[in-house]
Design a binder for this molecule. Structure first.
Ligand SMILES: Cc1ncc(COP(=O)(O)O)c(C=O)c1O
Length: 367
């Protein structure tokens, strides 16, 4: 991913934003943050947005504000970025692994049904790779089991399902503005979106030392605030998010067309009715390491998201999971390869990547 190519498109706007904030001499929780919160909430189709320090803390604070903590269990996909799990652990609750659907990489509802216990309070869904999970079915499942629904939308700004944006489907949702995200700052940042007035107030207090009013502390909060400079930059970038997501969609369609029908390669197909935003273009391939090396020697950078499934991470060995328990998550971890995708990547570059993949497949078939 060429971050310089991405941000050079915004060079003038970024400089103007920083200059404006400098002029206000108000660097923390000023008007840029509150305007961004309103604009991002309205973009997602919800009442409130609360700017926080990063995506990890956005998850942690929305869960804590909803009353989750020690003694509670939260259903989480086994295949996601580890922050999803870490945030649950940081609240004192226990993440309970659920396998993912092999085709979409999203949490499997049939598997989730087997993991519900007396202690289960919530399901934390991840719109992995910018591909919306099946929120209608998840909400029905959650209603049946009386669970709260939360969305980790760190990779899916602007994605939608049946015309409704991610970030608006559950009790609350979390976003990350890490620089490489579809909506990325020039540093860390995050946001919680919700329709609930209570949750909004509660997260606002938690992000600011548990303080509803200056020097009055009613909760054990943190310092986790989106800062003015990042908010000012994000406001500019939000204006072009839809057009940049459209460019990603075009590139993803090109990849899907060009790689269709190749036996060695599995492509992710978003659910009908969804508009994915392709934060990442994942393929699944056996002998991933060999393909990655071949592409690398042709000057094509690829990454693996993510090589170790969460339930097998050393940090959670105390939870007692073993290899083989979540076969689809483990297959993703073994086989996933992320091909280059970002706005302004040229379609000829996508064609080049596809040609090189096909060449590698042909050379494997001959052996
Ligand atoms: C799915 C997911 N959840 C949470 C996070 C955490 O966000 P941040 O890096 O802003 O803490 C990320 C970021 O990489 C992510 O991809």
């Amino acid at each position: 991913m060429d971050m310089e190519r991405i941000n050079s498109n915004y060079s003038d706007e970024i400089q103007e934003s920083v200059k404006n904030v400098l002029g206000t001499a108000n660097y923390i929780l000023g008007s840029e943050v509150s305007r961004f919160e309103q604009e991002f909430a309205s973009y997602c189709g919800v009442k409130h947005g609360v700017g926080v320090g990063n995506g990890l803390e956005a998850i942690e604070l929305m869960l804590r504000a909803s009353g989750l903590g020690p003694g509670d269990e939260v259903l989480v996909p086994a295949h996601t970025f580890f922050a999803t799990w870490l945030a649950v652990l940081n609240t004192g609750a226990v993440p309970v692994a659920v396998d993912v659907d092999l085709n979409s990489g999203s949490i499997s509802i049939s598997d989730a049904a087997h993991s519900v216990t007396q202690k289960t309070r919530a399901i934390l869904v991840v719109h992995l790779y910018g591909n919306p999970a099946d929120m209608e079915s998840i909400n029905h499942f959650a209603d049946r089991h009386r669970l709260l629904v939360f969305e980790d939308a760190a990779q899916a700004h602007g994605a939608s399902l049946n015309g409704r944006k991610v970030g608006s489907w559950g009790a609350a949702a979390s976003f990350s503005f890490y620089p490489t995200k579809n909506l990325g700052a020039l540093g860390d940042g995050g946001c919680v979106t919700t329709d609930s007035d209570d949750l909004n107030d509660h997260v606002r207090e938690l992000r600011n030392y548990g303080s509803p009013r200056k020097y009055e502390h009613t909760r054990l909060g943190k310092n986790s605030r989106l800062d003015e400079v990042q908010a000012a930059i994000l406001r500019k970038k939000l204006q072009r998010l839809d057009s940049e997501n459209a460019m990603r969609r075009e590139l993803a369609e090109r990849y899907s067309e060009r790689l269709a029908g190749i036996e060695e390669i599995e492509i992710t197909k978003p659910l009908p009715g969804t508009e994915a935003v392709w934060h990442i273009f994942p393929i699944r391939v056996h002998r991933r390491g060999e393909l990655q090396e071949a592409l690398n020697s042709d000057g094509i950078g690829t990454l693996v998201h993510y090589p170790i499934p969460c339930h097998l991470q050393e940090a959670v060995s105390h939870l007692g999971y073993r290899p083989g328990q979540f076969p689809s998550a483990e297959a993703w971890a073994k086989q996933e390869l992320s091909l280059p995708i970002y706005p302004n990547l040229d379609v000829t570059e996508v064609d080049y990547v596809c040609d090189r993949i096909k060449r590698w497949c042909r050379s494997k078939a001959r052996r």
